[in-house]
Design a binder for this molecule. Structure first.
Ligand SMILES: [Zn+2]
Length: 113
């Protein structure tokens, strides 16, 4: 794991992550608008709407999964400034605090089970 210590590099990384986060939010919003639009089309019958909606839901879900797998922010608390740690077992990125919580929960679960 490579840690970024330089404050200027951290700010650049933060800004890039923010741009990606905003692009994600914008795309998510457009999927939600698409869903509302399809639901409002009176010329489509129930089955046609279901087929159209499932396609949108699938694309929306793919976007969410891709974001979760990208180091844009901590998947738990949303942190963008600090280093993120990848957890391969659930394909997500976490900040050091949430990573430590996850480790201690995992150890706790192993002790109980
Ligand atoms: Zn976090």
């Amino acid at each position: 794991m490579h840690s970024v210590e330089n404050i200027r590099l951290k700010k650049i990384r933060y800004n890039l992550r923010t741009v990606l986060r905003l692009a994600f939010d914008e795309k998510l919003k457009s999927f939600n608008e698409e869903i509302s639009k399809v639901q409002g089309i009176e010329s489509l019958d129930y089955l046609e709407k279901e087929v159209a909606l499932r396609k949108i839901f699938k694309r929306k879900e793919d976007l969410i999964i891709r974001k979760q797998r990208s180091p844009i922010n901590c998947v738990v608390c949303g942190e963008r400034m600090e280093d993120l740690f990848y957890i391969s077992s659930n394909a997500s990125w976490r900040c050091i605090l949430c990573y430590r919580d996850w480790i201690s929960e995992s150890v706790h679960e192993k002790i109980i089970s």
